[in-house]
Ligand binder design. Structure first.
Ligand code: FRU
Length: 501
């Protein structure tokens, strides 16, 4: 018995004290990200319950404690002081007789509206969906009075019951609406977002529904987020609604669209007209889904995180002990482009603390200097460059290895399309939907800035500070060790290759 206890406490120590930057102290293994969050083992999907409290960013996530495929949905848990180094904590919420624990959000109950607070420590409230096969989906509440370490499910759950005719009824994102001293919940319901409100976080009333005729409706809407954000350089803010859903066509499968408008505590009014307005996408890669934001990041920052996979093949990716990681945490900013508000997303500045040795190539004339060898052998690095189009028709580069596995990033200046081709990127045959060329439109300019972050199984590209983002998984059999440029008459300035440590 004593041995068993010792063994169990050893396991617990390992599970509870792992630092993950991604993953120091977690056994290394092929494709285990070095600086993206991934679970210590087993399956994960959506980020959940992102809240900041007492100096810690909490990240909960959809987790299967029993295997590397989707199932037994629970909330895994980790904390970080800087969004970069993560400490794994024990699983926060496990399934019970009301169902499995699907996605949701968390807040600090500053005014003790729910009445759970003991002493001076504020209560954290978590809102999640119960999914019970054959019964339906309902919304529930749990709370923690010890900085998120232990969670108690509210005894009178669910707080919003299963509703007939609404089989897809999930992913509550709750925030405090100060003008009316109430909580607002955005909920994904079929192909719409419903808004509910509550004074005490327990009794909820329906306010309105948004979505009919707006944006992309290729599949059910999931994981919404609604927040107020002042556009850069302006004082009057706007409201942004994130909606995650699958799309058809280019970049098919899981993706994040967004709407900009106004919210008056009851209705969301979109700035885009309903008819003929193309959907606005936050990322054009195949592997950016379920993005939601921290409810109260300090300094009024709006920081989001996405699951870095795609439901088309997420259960089949060729990793062993874990499956799936998160995107880099990204700061969202709203910019007024000639009267239209556009949302940019760019890796948080804290990631720059991981920068190591830099190779600085200053100015490279592409026609003369096409190949750069000896990229960091770890396969974990950033590429930064500015380029001037001059009279080029296209420009780009391959990242490749000695097995001729490659991902090709290309800018087509005639069609203003940025593409990432991973059809020959390494292991691609585990699912027919994996080999892909993803496409993003971009605004024509004379000069561009590009930042590409490469980790053990991902390539994330950001154009012009996050105007365009493109996130794609890649499973190469060895790290990409060379850059090969193509396209004449493009001047590349300030090329830097930075090792990430
Ligand atoms: C999105 C999603 C959510 C749901 C969760 C289940 O990826 O389908 O709508 O709550 O995953 O794991």
């Amino acid at each position: 018995m004593k041995n068993i206890i010792l063994f169990l406490s050893l396991i617990c120590c390992v599970a509870c004290s792992n630092e993950n930057r991604g993953n120091t102290a977690i056994p290394d293994e092929p494709f285990r990200p070095a600086y993206h969050f991934s679970p210590p083992q087993n399956w994960c999907n959506d980020p959940n319950g992102m809240v900041w409290y007492a100096g810690e960013y909490h990240l909960f996530y959809q987790y299967n404690p029993q295997g590397t495929k989707w199932g037994n949905m629970s909330w895994g848990h980790a904390v970080s002081q800087d969004l970069v180094r993560w400490k794994h904590l024990p699983v926060a919420l496990l399934p019970d007789n009301l169902g499995d624990i699907f996605s949701g959000s968390a807040v600090v109950d500053e005014n003790n509206t729910a009445g759970f607070q003991k002493g001076s420590e504020k209560t954290l409230l978590a809102f999640y969906t119960y999914n019970k096969d054959g019964v339906g989906q309902s919304q529930a509440l749990a709370y923690s009075t010890d900085k998120g370490r232990n969670w108690t499910k509210y005894a009178q759950n669910p707080v919003i019951s299963v509703q007939n005719g609404k089989p897809d009824f999930r992913d509550p994102k709750v925030f405090w609406y100060a003008p009316e001293n109430k909580w607002v919940m955005a909920l994904a319901v079929g192909q719409a977002i419903e808004f509910y409100s509550s004074k005490n976080a327990k009794d909820w009333i329906f306010e309105s529904s948004f979505g009919n005729g707006y944006g992309c409706h290729d599949a059910v809407w999931e994981c919404p987020d609604l927040f107020y954000i002042p556009p850069v350089g302006e004082t009057k803010g706007a409201w942004v609604l994130l909606v995650n859903n699958s799309r058809n066509g280019d970049n098919s499968g899981s993706a994040t669209q967004y709407f900009v408008g106004n919210f008056d505590g009851k209705n969301f009014i979109c700035q885009q007209p309903a008819e003929n307005a193309p959907a606005l996408w936050l990322d054009y890669g195949k592997d950016h889904y379920a993005m939601v934001t921290w409810s109260n990041a300090p300094d009024n920052r709006r920081i989001g995180l996405a699951w870095m996979s795609n439901w088309e093949y997420a259960n089949d990716t060729p990793t062993k002990n874990f499956r799936s990681a998160m995107s880099l945490p990204r700061e969202l900013t709203l910019e007024n482009e000639n009267g239209t508000y556009l949302l940019k997303n760019y890796p948080v500045k804290e990631l720059e603390n991981l920068r190591g040795e830099t190779s600085d190539f200053s100015t490279v004339k592409i026609a003369e200097n096409r190949v750069i060898k000896n990229l960091p052998p770890s396969g974990v690095y950033e590429i930064l460059l500015d380029f001037e189009k001059q009279n080029a028709q296209s420009f780009g580069f391959l990242l490749k290895n000695s097995k001729d596995e490659k991902i090709t990033l290309m800018f087509d200046f005639e069609q203003n399309r940025f593409t990432a081709d991973r059809t020959k990127s390494g292991i691609v045959d585990f699912h027919e939907r994996f080999p892909a060329v993803t496409v993003a439109p971009f605004t024509a300019k004379n000069a561009y800035q590009l930042r590409v972050l490469v980790d053990r199984c991902s390539v994330e590209a950001f154009l012009n500070g996050g105007e365009v983002a493109m996130t794609n998984l890649v499973f190469s059999n060895e790290p990409y060790s060379e850059i090969e440029f193509f396209g004449d008459n493009v001047k590349v300035n300030n090329l830097k290759i930075i090792k990430i440590q």
